[in-house]
Ligand binder design. Structure first.
Ligand SMILES: *Cc1c(COP(=O)(O)O)cnc(C)c1O
Length: 452
């Protein structure tokens, strides 16, 4: 252990802010390594900031989610939600664990194909699928998850023209008791739109209704919402059986399970209030099992869970650029990462740990990012030890959505590394350079020179 640094005594000005039931004092422990690899050595080798994915944690999450469902239901298939994190190395960990691909755009579709996912194991979701992309999906025998009637009409015209029986699923939205309702995607259950769509598909000789799909929201804290959703999809499946004598191949319950992050404004810590994967699994599987399907007609259960699988396998390492006092006396700490690469800071209070030993003093402070832009606040108020220039921190549970929603604004995107199960560190996405950006630009001739 290195020498403990001296810190001058401090008089702490108290600020109002959200305190928890334990008061403002919060116990911290430094996080000096991830999976046995020292944080400082990763920063030294790969720069700061740097995203880190733990392959070990990722596989652990995948396996426990699969176990939760497979021990309760005989036919289960997970599909990885590409938009949650589509770095190829990450996707391939999922595929190695037997997981299909769930994509919501043509570009994600291409990624899945290039990663080697067979077309019939790609579920094609989303409101925006071009004619060209639909054609590719048909050629590859992927299931097209219909989002709106315009898409249904286009797909049925294409299927007829191509004389190809095309596999489709219908995305259903519904009232699950959680508001606001996500009714902008798919066809509504309560007003009969979903049933109307089902009948149109069933009556069409070129369409093969393979599945029913829903994705009722994200970071869902009420497992009861999944019970309601499952029973509504089962109701449709049973009606399809009785009116069209057709057994639906799969029910796809989408994603939306919460990760252990804490939402802003939440009184309790995320980890203390979120349901476990087993509770979600129990809510969904017991409804389907008890619904009355004949044993040989029990549908395959598909899950597209995103954030709950990967959030806690991702870390962001960063450094303190400077500290200062604001005009009202508050302490401010300027980090080298901001909302540019930590998009989820807009709705989560991430757990942030110092990466070195520190004294027992803590202070409420504002954490700013590096951008020259007023909105770049990582945290309005956080109690941390007194970090100083050059100190490092570890931001926890950042695996979901940050590496896809990050923006190249003022700063380039940093490296992403993966620690494998043996503790070896691999670069899985290189840091961006000015070439990365400028390769897409071009200069009209008349603008190519100037004199000043
Ligand atoms: C985004 C998305 C998911 C994953 O959602 P999470 O909340 O991350 O679990 C699954 N299915 C569809 C259709 C999606 O759009």
């Amino acid at each position: 252990m290195s020498k403990i640094i001296y810190e001058r005594p401090v008089i702490t000005k108290l600020n109002t802010g959200i305190s928890n039931k334990f008061g403002t004092r919060t116990e911290y422990t430094p996080v000096t390594d991830i999976d046995g690899v020292s944080v400082k050595s990763i920063i030294k080798e790969h720069g700061s900031p740097c995203f880190v994915i733990s392959e070990k944690q990722l596989r652990k999450n995948i396996r426990s989610a699969q176990r939760a469902f497979k021990t309760r239901y005989p036919k289960v298939q997970f599909a990885w939600s590409y938009k949650t994190n589509y770095i190829n190395a990450v996707c391939n960990v999922f595929h190695q664990e037997g997981i299909w691909a769930e994509v919501v755009s043509g570009f994600e579709y291409q990624k899945a194909i290039q990663n080697g996912v067979p077309g019939n194991k790609i579920l094609f979701n989303g409101p925006d699928k071009t004619t060209e992309e639909l054609k590719t999906a048909m050629e590859n025998n992927s299931v097209i998850h219909l989002d709106h009637f315009d898409e249904l009409f286009e797909v049925s015209a294409m299927a007829e023209e191509r004389k190809q029986k095309t596999r489709v699923a219908i995305r259903v939205n519904m009232d699950t008791g959680v508001y606001p309702m996500w009714d902008r995607f798919g066809f509504n259950y309560e007003n009969g739109q979903a049933w109307n769509c089902i009948n149109k598909v069933m009556a069409n000789e070129w369409l093969d209704l393979t599945g029913l799909h829903c994705h009722i929201g994200t970071y869902m804290l009420a497992v009861s919402a999944y019970s309601i959703a499952a029973s509504k999809l089962c109701d449709l499946a049973v009606n399809i059986k009785s009116q069209w004598n057709k057994s639906i191949e799969y029910l796809d319950m989408g994603g939306g399970f919460a990760s252990a992050n804490s939402l802003k404004g939440s009184y309790l810590q995320g980890a203390d209030i979120i349901p476990t994967i087993d509770e979600y699994a129990e809510a969904i599987t017991s409804v389907i099992l008890n619904y009355g399907f004949k044993q040989n007609e029990l549908p395959l259960l598909i899950l597209e869970t995103g954030r709950a699988m990967i959030d806690d396998a991702g870390y962001l390492l960063g450094s303190v650029l400077a500290t200062k006092r604001l005009s009202d006396g508050r302490r401010a700490t300027i980090m080298d990462f901001g909302v540019n690469i930590l998009f989820t800071a807009f709705w989560y209070n991430h757990k942030i740990s110092p990466a070195q030993e520190f004294s027992h003093h803590t202070e409420d402070m504002v954490l700013y990012g590096p951008l020259c832009m007023n909105i770049d606040v990582v945290r309005e108020s956080i109690t941390l030890p007194l970090l100083s220039k050059g100190d490092n921190v570890v931001v926890h549970r950042v695996g979901a959505y940050n590496m896809t929603q990050w923006m190249q604004f003022i700063q380039m995107r940093p490296r992403v590394v993966m620690i494998d199960e043996k503790g070896e560190v691999h670069i899985i996405r290189e840091r961006e350079t000015i070439q990365t950006l400028e390769q897409l630009e071009s200069m009209p001739k008349h603008l190519s020179s100037f004199e000043l």
